[in-house]
Design a binder for this molecule. Structure first.
Ligand SMILES: Cc1ncc(C[n+]2csc(CCOP(=O)(O)OP(=O)(O)O)c2C)c(N)n1
Length: 564
């Protein structure tokens, strides 16, 4: 079979089961676009390549499959960079295909030439510059394998124009991928698993720290079995949400900088931390020197580079979490931990008394109350995507997830502008599910052009914009830690409802908290895309994210929510 490089791209994507590519064309990738009509792959034209990378990422997180983004050389490729870095930090499997100038002119500053493999070297799991069309099929095959296996991540394939044009005999790769030094892990070392079991059986005050790895390794049921046998409470990281049902009596909720105080307190007082598929990000540890000082620590992660990286542990097990839990379970003795759980309940009741959802709103629309209303209306069953900032933290705190699907949010990189395009990807991946994006007025304006994509693809997305006319999270830090100097955080905004209406999207504006439920109900029953602008409180008790661990403080030294 004679095929051009361009045809091989689509042949191989079809073979990898790719149904959709998010992209934006240009000179150096036009040859690849040309034969697209001959293949059974949907192309979604975004408005900016950053949107393509985030959409591929959102697609990957919502589907568990590899997301694909395509862009031209130079500015097209560099526009992908933020999305690639976002996917890298959150271990999201995407493959990005970029056009490149022809091989003979590489290095000559040809028109729209950027060394994108050089640029993305530290933010991809792997990348390729393909200089020979005979290598192309295997490179794509290997790229998908690398993206989805082991600890997933982004892979970039840079494809010079003459390689797209060149012809060769196409043979689909059949052999197993073999990469020296790259071995996605299986079970843990039985000796270490035994040591972990001894610590677990001896613990009086254990806490599980459940991270993204629980979902990624499909260990949700195993974790539940572990928790129920050992009556060990579970704290979740931001990306761990969905790995353990939040309505479970042993679910504590989110830990860390904006975790509830009782959760952080439990971690600080624990005598054993079981870190399952998480990486001790500084947002979850607070000051390291004073992190969980009495606790022995067991860490299970598939990536050896995470073990003993920031928190030295007593037992470090490299392995696939699902398999390690399977090994551990028969070694564990049933325990009730009655006293410990009662202690945590006591701390929790004090937190509940401060919960904003139970407080009067003083006439403001209050972010957490709006999230709570969306959670109630959807039964927590919608796929929730967030942007970054206060909106993100309120969504994490108040949108409880019981199903094994993630909160789709930029955790590691904290990328403003992620929300809308990632929600597009999630909606494309799950066309029959209700998908919500919660965004702030700042981050929304970083990628708002993707409203055009929403309309062109007629995606029934629900967007909740929390408008506080500020870069809210930064304004909050200025209020708490920078003498209330509100430098460079006030935003003069457009009329957002008119903006979305200009795109042909139905919009609602909520200024009175009494209208919250009605607007959500109307937006949910609207057949096409729907947008609600909530004019939320700008500051103070109703406008800040509580509780909060100040940067540099220990995890339990939280700024607590003021009470009425
Ligand atoms: C691309 C990018 N630039 C800057 C920041 C720093 N930052 C974090 S939160 C935030 C404010 C976000 O404001 P907004 O989108 O209005 O959301 P809010 O916090 O008000 O909910 C900023 C500027 C970031 N995370 N990402």
């Amino acid at each position: 079979m004679r095929r051009t490089g361009a045809q091989i791209v689509w042949e191989m994507l079809e073979r990898e089961g790719v149904e959709v590519v998010f992209g934006f064309p240009g000179g150096a990738i036009m040859h690849t676009y040309h034969p697209l009509q001959e293949y059974n792959i949907r192309h979604i034209l975004v408005r900016h390549e950053q949107g393509a990378a985030h959409a591929a990422d959102g697609y990957a997180r919502a589907s568990g499959r590899v997301g694909v983004a395509m862009a031209t050389s130079g500015p097209g490729a560099t526009n992908l960079v933020t999305g690639i870095a976002t996917a890298m930090m959150d271990s999201s499997p995407i493959v990005c295909i970029t056009g490149q100038v022809s091989v003979p002119v590489i290095g000559s500053d040809a028109f729209q030439e950027t060394d994108i493999t050089g640029v993305t070297l530290p933010i991809t799991k792997h990348n390729y510059l393909v200089t020979d069309v005979n290598d192309l099929a295997y490179v794509i095959y290997e790229a998908f394998y690398i993206a989805r296996s082991g600890r997933p991540g982004p892979v970039l394939i840079d494809l010079p124009k003459n390689v797209q044009q060149a012809e060769t005999d196409f043979v689909a790769p059949q052999e197993k991928v073999r990469l020296p030094g790259y071995r996605p892990v299986g079970p843990g070392d039985p000796e270490l698993v035994g040591q972990a079991a001894n610590l677990i059986n001896a613990a009086q005050r254990p806490v599980i720290l459940a991270g993204h790895g629980v979902l990624m390794s499909g260990a949700m049921e195993m974790l539940k079995a572990f928790v129920e046998k050992t009556r060990t409470p579970v704290a979740l990281t931001l990306l761990g949400k969905g790995g353990f049902p939040e309505s479970h009596p042993l679910a504590l909720g989110m830990m860390g900088m904006h975790g509830e105080a009782f959760v952080n307190q439990a971690i600080q007082e624990a005598d054993l931390l079981l870190a399952f598929g998480m990486r001790f990000d500084d947002r979850v540890t607070g000051k390291l020197e004073r992190y969980a000082p009495q606790a022995r620590k067991v860490h299970v992660d598939m990536d050896a580079a995470e073990l003993n990286k920031v928190v030295p542990v007593d037992v470090a097990i490299q392995g696939d979490l699902h398999q390690v839990l399977e090994q551990l379970l028969p070694l564990l003795e049933p325990i009730s931990h009655q006293e410990w759980l009662e202690q945590i309940d006591h701390w929790q009741s004090e937190t509940q008394a401060r919960d904003i959802v139970n407080q009067s709103s003083n006439g403001h629309v209050v972010g957490p109350q709006a999230v709570h209303a969306i959670w109630e209306a959807t039964g927590g069953e919608a796929i929730m995507v967030t942007d970054v900032g206060q909106n993100q933290m309120w969504a994490a705190q108040y949108y409880h997830i019981d199903q094994p699907h993630p909160l789709i949010t930029s955790g590691g990189l904290g990328t403003m502008g992620f929300g809308l395009p990632a929600a597009i990807g999630a909606q494309v991946a799950r066309p029959d599910e209700e998908v919500w994006a919660i965004v702030g007025d700042g981050g929304f304006q970083m990628t708002a052009q993707e409203l055009g994509t929403v309309i062109q693809e007629q995606l029934p997305l629900r967007i909740a914009l929390f408008n506080n006319s500020y870069l809210g999270m930064v304004r909050q830090w200025q209020e708490f830690f920078y003498d209330r100097r509100y430098e460079a955080t006030h935003l003069v905004n457009p009329d957002f409802v008119r903006l979305v209406e200009a795109y042909g999207i139905r919009g609602w504006r909520v200024t009175d908290p009494e209208d919250t439920r009605q607007a959500i109900a109307e937006a949910r029953s609207h057949p096409g895309p729907a947008f609600i602008e909530f004019r939320v409180a700008q500051a103070g008790k109703d406008g800040n994210v509580y509780p909060m661990v100040p940067a540099g403080a220990a995890l339990h030294e939280m700024i607590r929510r003021p009470t009425d």
